[in-house]
Design a protein around this ligand. Structure first.
Ligand SMILES: Nc1nc2c(c(=O)[nH]1)N[C@H]1C(S)=C(S)[C@@H](COP(=O)(O)OP(=O)(O)OC[C@H]3O[C@@H](n4cnc5c(=O)[nH]c(N)nc54)[C@H](O)[C@@H]3O)O[C@H]1N2
Ligand SMILES: Nc1nc2c(c(=O)[nH]1)N[C@H]1C(S)=C(S)[C@@H](COP(=O)(O)OP(=O)(O)OC[C@H]3O[C@@H](n4cnc5c(=O)[nH]c(N)nc54)[C@H](O)[C@@H]3O)O[C@H]1N2
Ligand code: SF4
Ligand SMILES: [Mo]
Length: 584
């Protein structure tokens, strides 16, 4: 390993914060002249301590990189039809150059994926209502007076936003008493899955209290009468009981935000349900009634589209119909190329995923770390880390466009570009130089102070209105959600501070509150209709007594979840399954 002349890069991980990183005396540090404000999180502070895959292997035997590439090429050549090759790509690295592999696979005729394991249901809802998913920048959030944190765990997943929230009135809506909830002016410990109803009731009472922004509605959202009608279908008393929210809470929320610049920070927690898009639409509808879009210091911030205003230079129009990343049947294909992802742990319905991978005759895993998926793969190809290759990234949490030049020279692994170039050469597919792609992406940046941001984005999103077919905000018109409930406990699978999904240090416990009578360290079996697993109990009284928490990334967590997709967005719906617990 040796250093090359560059010292500045950006964290490659799938995270709101997309930190600016510097290499000082061989150590990674957060840049102080940017959104990163001089600090990184434990993942990057200990980045070099995590064991990575050093050498390629085939059927358990170590092989050279040259042999690995030869086997990969032979595998591609052998499929009976190009569409029999599945290209399955996750977001282990958020760099834009990760997408270069799509260029080869799409032109080869392979099957690609669509949908999402992450924010797809919510994003579909944002797009239905607003036309585009535009990111609300931290600078705008900083101008607000009140912030509603609705299903996002800021201290764990988005810590660099905290300085922007100082001295604001904070309202938290979450089934878990998060760190932010402990410090909040108002905490509503809602029952999981209750958010659609809460948003409708807030809207109804906002109108009763005359809080609607008539000028905004006349100009941008004329169908609000119909939305009000929809809110009237909700039976107030029964539903408040059902979601375990008091009428007093509704009153307090409205009182706190009245005539105040308000931002709603929504996270993935509220949309890990089949009706996830409707939840986001109902919250957006509430915000639209109040006229929060297109105004300074106001708005709804979901995970913004990180690629907004950035054109992808790779030719990725696949001939074959894509399959959803959330329920892909690997067994239907003759070969699977899995990149930057650990589907055996991270996709819903692990039993189904494993059975379908077992049926696939040639599974290739291209990644950094050993995990459940690398264990099942026939061919394992080590990737280069973000420090060892050139890339550039944008973010779903802030507008930065961050260059990621190579900082370290290393013999280990292969970059996405080099792997793709070899495949393109082998199959006579045109590919541009790495530099030209990087320069293409750099072209979408503009300087702002010490930082580079994506150019062409509105400073305050939706100032110019909404680009829906109707050219206005489209309210939720109907929804599908039953109030009858299966027996059992809600399964929450939020993100852990120790891991980044399944990378780094993974949690291995089942968290529940002390009312259940289990003791810490005791082994229990958690059972859903879909599967079961054994875990040790950890007590956490921040949880409601109708919930258990198994952090995302915990080995086996998705044995409990199922493969049904969200109604919109072709996404995973991780929190649909109730569970019960038995002593082992
Ligand atoms: N440390 C760390 N940071 C990460 C990640 C990580 O694994 N570790 N992962 C990254 C990725 S890929 C993503 S997508 C983001 C996601 O980051 P977040 O958007 O913060 O998502 P989660 O942690 O899944 O859930 C957020 C909150 O939603 C709450 N919640 C769950 N169900 C409900 C519900 O029904 N209603 C309401 N109101 N709240 C609910 C949970 O209790 C939790 O507090 O984080 C990124 N950052
Ligand atoms: N139950 C439950 N399941 C969930 C979630 C949940 O909340 N609950 N969250 C979902 C969400 S939000 C997401 S985003 C997904 C994430 O799911 P995945 O995208 O599968 O994410 P990771 O588990 O982090 O696995 C990423 C892999 O990428 C590899 N990698 C890292 N850097 C590179 C690189 O530079 N090149 C290559 N080729 N590989 C690299 C690493 O080896 C790592 O194993 O999980 C989803 N799964
Ligand atoms: S994982 Fe997120 S918080 Fe941690 S260094 Fe990377 S971008 Fe920053
Ligand atoms: Mo995610």
């Amino acid at each position: 390993m040796s250093l090359v002349k560059e010292t500045k890069t950006a964290c490659s991980l799938d995270c709101y914060d997309a930190c600016s990183v510097e290499m000082v005396d061989g150590k990674l540090k957060g840049s102080s002249d940017s959104y990163t404000q001089g600090f990184l999180c434990p993942h990057l502070n200990h980045y070099e301590n995590f064991d990575r895959i050093e050498v390629p292997r085939y059927k358990g035997e170590t092989i050279s990189m040259q042999k690995a590439m030869q086997l990969l090429e032979e595998g591609c050549a052998k499929v009976s039809d190009a569409s029999q090759l599945l290209h399955y790509r996750g977001h282990g690295n958020f760099g834009l150059m990760q997408g270069v592999t799509d260029h080869f696979f799409a032109n080869f005729g392979a099957t690609l994926t669509e949908g999402s394991l992450c924010d797809g249901a919510g994003e579909a809802g944002v797009i239905e209502g607003r036309g585009h998913n535009k990111l609300l920048p931290p600078e705008e959030i900083a101008k607000s007076e009140v912030v509603i944190v609705w299903g996002r765990n800021i201290h764990t997943t988005n810590a660099h936003l905290l300085p922007f929230l100082k001295e604001k009135t904070i309202i938290v809506i979450d089934p878990i008493k998060t760190k932010m909830a402990e410090q909040a002016d108002l905490f509503v410990q809602i029952k999981p899955k209750g958010d659609l109803y809460l948003a409708l009731l807030l809207s109804r009472f906002a109108i009763i209290n005359g809080m609607e922004d008539e000028a905004f509605l006349e100009e941008h959202a004329t169908e609000y009468d119909d939305f009000y009608e929809l809110t009237q279908t909700v039976r107030i008393k029964a539903i408040l009981e059902h979601i375990d929210v008091g009428l007093g809470d509704i009153g307090k929320i409205l009182e706190l935000i009245k005539e105040k610049r308000t931002v709603i920070l929504t996270g993935v927690g509220i949309q890990k349900y089949r009706h996830g898009s409707d939840v986001i639409r109902a919250i957006d509808g509430f915000a639209a009634l109040l006229g929060l879009f297109g105004k300074e210091g106001c708005g709804v911030n979901f995970l913004g589209n990180s690629k907004e205003s950035i054109e992808i230079p790779f030719s990725i129009k696949a001939k074959t119909k894509p399959v959803s990343v959330a329920n892909a049947d690997f067994g239907r294909f003759e070969m699977a190329f899995i990149q930057g992802s650990n589907p055996v742990n991270q996709m819903p319905d692990t039993n189904r995923v494993m059975a379908s991978l077992e049926k696939n005759p040639f599974v290739v895993y291209f990644g950094l770390y050993e995990n459940e998926t690398s264990e099942m793969a026939d061919l394992v190809i080590p990737a280069k880390t973000f420090l060892e290759k050139n890339d550039i990234r944008s973010s779903y949490g802030h507008p930065g466009l961050l260059e990621m030049p190579q900082l370290i020279e290393s013999e280990t692994g292969i970059s996405e570009y080099v792997l793709t170039e070899r495949l393109c050469n082998a199959f006579d597919i045109d590919i541009d130089s790495e530099l030209s792609y990087l320069e293409h992406f750099q072209g979408f940046g503009e300087a702002r102070g010490a930082e580079t941001v994506v150019s062409g984005r509105e400073a305050v999103p939706y100032t110019k209105g909404f680009e829906t077919d109707e050219e206005e905000f489209c309210f939720l018109e109907e929804y599908e959600l039953s109030t009858s409930e299966e027996e059992g406990l809600f399964l929450l699978t939020t993100k852990s501070a120790k891991s980044l999904n399944s990378q780094f240090k993974r949690e291995r416990a089942l968290f529940l509150n002390s009312s259940h009578g289990f003791t810490a360290g005791e082994s229990v079996k958690v059972i859903s209709e879909n599967g079961s697993l054994e875990l040790e109990v950890a007590i956490n009284d921040a949880l409601r007594d109708d919930c258990v928490l198994i952090y995302s990334g915990t080995p086996g967590v998705n044995l409990l979840t199922d493969s049904r997709l969200s109604y919109e967005g072709k996404s995973a719906a991780y929190q649909e399954n109730k569970v019960r617990i038995e002593k082992c």
